[in-house]
Design a protein around this ligand. Sequence first.
Ligand code: BES
Ligand code: ZN
Ligand code: ZN
Length: 489
Amino acid sequence: MIHLKSVDLKKEKIESLVIPVCEDKNIFEDNIIISLIKEAKKIKEFKGGKDDELVFYNLTEVRAERVIFIGLGKFEKIDIETFRAAAGKAVKESIKKKLSNVLIAVPSAKKINMEMTSLLAAMLEGSYLGNHVFDKYKKEKKHTPVKKINFLVTPEETRKYSRLSSRIKTICQGTILAREWVSTPSNDKRPEHFSRSIVSLARKANLKVTVLGEKELKQKKFGAILAVAAGSESNPRLVVLEHHPKGSKKTVVLVGKGVTFDSGGINLKSSAGLTEMKLDMSGAASVAATLITAAELKSKLRVVGILPIVENMVSGNASRPGDIIKTYDGKTVEIGNTDAEGRLILIDAISYGIKKYKPRILIDMATLTGACIVALGEKIAGTFSFDDKLAEDIILSGQKTHERCWRLPMPEEYKELLKSDFADLNNMSSTHYGGAITAALFLSEFVKDTRWAHIDIAGPAYAKKESAYCGAGGTGFGVRLLCDVLDKL
Ligand code: BES
Ligand code: ZN
Ligand code: ZN
């Protein structure tokens, strides 16, 4: 449970008080906190530098069993993310110390030149997300989430920001849901299983749910999805989630890549490439979690989530390099490489979304290319769009949520690289260079004149190591981003 709370530090007994400390400036208004920081800075080892930490026990000034000081670093380097991370660290530290009740001091927004709404939102996010522990598969549960986290604010602020607080809670629950789906091993989320899990949670959130199974996919000629699924014992699904509030005028379609395991198919990945390929359904996880969140937040927009869910495996029935398939759209594609499967399932889902829902905007999210990680590293998503306004909206939401997006170009002449001698297109570029771009250009052949953006999350969807407010595994990247983008459309 996370709450905003006003507390009399002299009177109320507290298990643990956390104070974020800036190295070279006072950022608090509360005199008790200011004097505690002064005491802390008398200790030689603690300056308030980034990641410095100090604990005082049983002070007389406040009725806290312990006061934990967390260094933020120099004032000029501090931004909103500093506070998101500090709140995350405060909670993670408390989990390690096996505390069950934590009070976190909130700095004065004025003193750090920020809006109180953004500051509180960031700190709430950091604490919710930092309190998530994925230990379902461990017999011995070493880390228990903190039971009660409170943020120290004035009584007026408690009232003023209570709606903000519940909104952030809903969005973080969505992010955690996506994280858990991604971290779940592929043996426990094969397509039937993963889609069942999505359907049951979506129904609870009052979304309209439609699932196309293998038979319907064959009847409706989803040739690309079927070609990717052909090598797996597990049947493909196309899950459609719809949030349709009364009076909504605009429709936004979100498409998410749902490859529950990507072996590469006949173009089998190397051993190194195979590890972590359970992450390849992260786009679908984030889109499904966003739909559930949008429904819970009662978004005014009509939002439709389309999730092609398959397993890309090797078998006697698997698609072969050189095979030519007919897509849902009617175009033919030569499968130059069976490991470029994401773009295949996406084009069928995109074509279906455009045909059926005629959306004002379509955004797809996918762990699409290793090349995007080469270009932007593991923390930043590649963003592609012909529409400057849509690209700008996504990039600004990325800055706000710290789910960072960087726009990459889609030069017309690179389309040459996707030509096939025998089919309308090849799913594999004729060069190794610019792989994230050629993948985006491949998708662009199916979006017609719809306002469209593609977000390649191959890097940031998964974390090898834990960080301030995220454990190792699925990061839930995209849920906070998409919720913020939807808010603007
Ligand atoms: N799922 C991968 C992309 C990926 C790689 C995601 C690493 C996360 C981490 C995708 O299906 C893939 O294999 N792409 C190929 C495309 C190539 C065959 C044109 C790639 O990136 O090498
Ligand atoms: Zn692949
Ligand atoms: Zn893939």
